[in-house]
Design a protein around this ligand. Structure first.
Ligand code: DC
Length: 233
């Protein structure tokens, strides 16, 4: 695969994007870039700085500044159960950024134009360092409109809420009800798809996969086959 081979994967929360892209990255030896984790990292920093979900436009400049100054570091911890850790400004935030509250805050900070601008170059340079697969909301539309292959994953909202519930149950800790989770996902979809800048939408030329009734293996298999074909493997 050429050094600059880029796979773009977009779609709303709970479509199986993260799990599928992680698996594909291992199978094909691609760098996996979870761009949502970057927005979650900024959400964490903004929360630490005292901002809540009720921040408004007068706070945009301060939150953008937090994003401009943020230092991200990805570390792979080897061992029996290898894990990828994310450090933001030197703090390991891996476990802290996966809560429902951080999901909502990430969605809110991601609508701040200065935050998106601050993260753009980082995402491009991560994607161009080696053959890579990037997942997010605007990879095929804004970050890598020139990607070698683009996917857009969808699934009905009940299936997505159920998957998130299963994930949270596996993590342990406070677990919202199915109805609460469904409502959070609906609100997040609405925010992510209606924001003025880089809204979530299917990129031109993206291959759409509805994962509602597919197993993870089926999603991965079909994506791997299409990537290999595109890469001439
Ligand atoms: O993929 P995720 O659930 O971890 O993303 C968290 C939030 O970050 C999501 O609700 C919107 C935002 N996001 C974004 O705006 N653009 C991306 N490329 C990735 C995530």
């Amino acid at each position: 695969m050429s050094k600059k081979f880029v796979v773009a994967v977009d779609g709303p929360a709970g479509t199986g994007k993260s799990t599928a892209t992680k698996r594909i990255s291992k199978l094909l030896g691609l760098i996996h870039v979870d761009t949502g984790a970057l927005y979650r990292g900024i959400a964490y920093l903004a929360t630490e700085a005292g901002f809540g979900l009720d921040f408004d436009e007068s706070d945009h400049a301060a939150i953008a500044k937090i994003a401009q100054k943020a230092k991200f570091e990805f570390q792979r911890i080897p061992g029996k159960n290898p894990s990828n850790r994310l450090f933001v400004n030197g703090n390991d935030v891996t476990g802290l950024i996966r809560t429902p509250d951080m999901s909502m805050m990430a969605s809110r900070v991601s609508a701040v134009p200065g935050v998106r601008a601050a993260l753009k170059d980082l995402q491009r340079s991560l994607g161009l360092s080696s053959p890579s697969i990037l997942e997010g909301r605007d990879i095929g539309t804004v970050i890598f409109p020139d990607a070698d292959i683009k996917f857009f994953l969808t699934a009905d909202i009940d299936a997505r809420a159920k998957r998130r519930l299963d994930e949270l149950e596996a993590q342990g800790g406070d677990i919202p009800s199915f109805e609460e989770l469904r409502e959070q996902i609906r609100a997040r979809d609405e925010g992510d798809s209606t924001r003025a800048i880089a809204p979530l939408r299917k990129a031109e030329g993206a291959i759409e996969i509805d994962t509602t009734t597919l197993t993870l293996d089926q999603v991965v298999e079909s994506m791997v086959a299409m990537i290999k074909e595109r890469a001439g493997l």
